[in-house]
Design a protein around this ligand. Structure first.
Ligand code: DC
Length: 221
């Protein structure tokens, strides 16, 4: 099995990227790097500073004084914002919506680029996001474009929220996911797209274990 390779997993919101990436990393003894968490960290920082409606120039200025970093713990990455571990504060729908919107601003993508590239270059990494196979790790050992139908994704997100005791409405979640997909796919900069050479994996009717097996079979020895 490739020891020092990298796997890039891209796909729309709630397609199961992070759960799959985590399971794969565990199986391979690699690190799972969640890049959506980085965009969410920028969103959180803007929320904390009442800058969620700010123009791009103010967002860029805000980032000049911020430090975002990965810290590796138990096969996965935690995210530090100015030294504070904010990983557990990033999962709200609101933060996800802001992350999607501000991820279109060039200085935000530039701000997070090297952090992701450097993590990927170390090897032994399963990285998930929207532009990993196309921009961050175009030479990844294996690139996957993960999809599932919108209703299945909404049901998974709904179940996840119920588990956490967060109230939610299935139709509203589905509408929100579809809006987010449109926003992430139609932006001009590093849009969500099936990268050249990426294998399409529709996991609508698959368990995580099925998907892990499917991917491991495709990984070069
Ligand atoms: O995967 P997620 O829901 O945590 O990502 C939140 C938002 O961050 C997503 O809607 C778009 C943006 N994002 C991005 O533009 N590029 C990435 N590699 C990862 C996330």
């Amino acid at each position: 099995m490739t020891r020092n390779g990298s796997i890039a997993i891209d796909g729309p919101s709630a397609s199961g990227k992070s759960s799959l990436a985590k399971a794969l990393a565990r199986e391979l003894g690699w690190i799972h790097a969640d890049t959506g968490a980085l965009y969410r960290t920028v969103a959180l920082s803007l929320q904390r500073n009442r800058l969620t409606e700010a123009q791009a120039t103010d967002v860029c200025r805000h980032l000049e004084n911020r430090k975002v970093a990965y810290s590796v713990q138990d096969n996965t990455t935690r995210v530090l914002l100015d030294g504070e571990d904010v990983t557990d504060l990033l999962r709200s729908e609101e933060t996800g919506r802001i992350a999607s919107r501000i991820s279109q601003i060039p200085c935000v993508r530039e701000f997070l680029f090297h952090l992701q590239r450097d993590m990927g270059k170390k090897g032994g990494v399963v990285m998930d996001g929207r532009d990993i196979g196309s921009v961050i790790l175009p030479d990844a050992t294996l690139k996957i474009f993960l999809t599932a139908d919108a209703l299945t994704r909404a049901r998974r997100r709904f179940a996840e929220m119920q588990q956490k005791g967060v109230p939610g409405d299935l139709d509203a979640i589905r509408r929100d996911l579809e809006d987010r997909d449109r926003q992430d796919s139609s932006r001009s900069l590093a849009p969500l797209t099936q990268a050249q050479g990426a294998l399409l994996l529709d996991n609508t009717h698959m368990t995580i274990e099925d998907a892990v097996k499917w991917i491991l079979q495709k990984l070069p020895n």
